[in-house]
Design a protein around this ligand. Sequence first.
Ligand SMILES: [Zn+2]
Length: 244
Amino acid sequence: MSYIKNYIIIFSIFLTFLFAGISSSIYFDDIEFEMIANGFANKSYIHIHGDEETARMLLKEHIKKNKGRAFFIKSTEREVALGPTKVDPNRIFSRPGSEKALKKFRPKWNQNKLEILLDRLDQARKMFLINIFPSKGGLLIALHNNFRGYNVNMELGNSQLYSIKKDQNPRDFILCTSLEDYKKLENGPYNIVLQNKFYDNNNGSLSWAAMNYGVRYINIESRLGWLSQQRKMLYFVENELSVQ
Ligand SMILES: [Zn+2]
């Protein structure tokens, strides 16, 4: 029997090497993301704002030690080139959001050209979401940093439930779209909000697309530069939800 055991051990080492740290590119229309895969887990991570360096550093170290797939936007800036303009890549996950994002830095459009680009984005979005979403019951974790005063209090009006902790900075918080996940996380040490009511006319952020497709989504938001705080928040989420 021992040779079978040895064979299994060698085969699992082979699999670990095969699926550890595989890097490839995927696209949302013109926007390129690097994907790093580490083994198999029903879990995806995304870093979508190129100027949020703390979140990028954390996710790079995290995906080396944890199973799943991590997606990194290939940019060091917040806005990225798309068609004849630039957009916030976290505002194009719905058609109304995309229209607003495309007009932000280019207010005047030929209506036909705008509609053609929006149709193109509808298709590209579907493909991109198929690529990044985990399968049914899986979890998508987005990592963000803030540096302009954005904080949890600005999300309370859009939230169905929330738990604010007195000893926590309001700029560090967790946003989730699943009531079950919220219940597991609300009694932890961190600020948390639940947003699980879908609005058609949403702002086009990834959380709405995840909600629309029934994917569990968690956003871990911290102040830029507060790496150890964001790391603790991510470990807390991983430990409480333990998605395999
Ligand atoms: Zn962000």
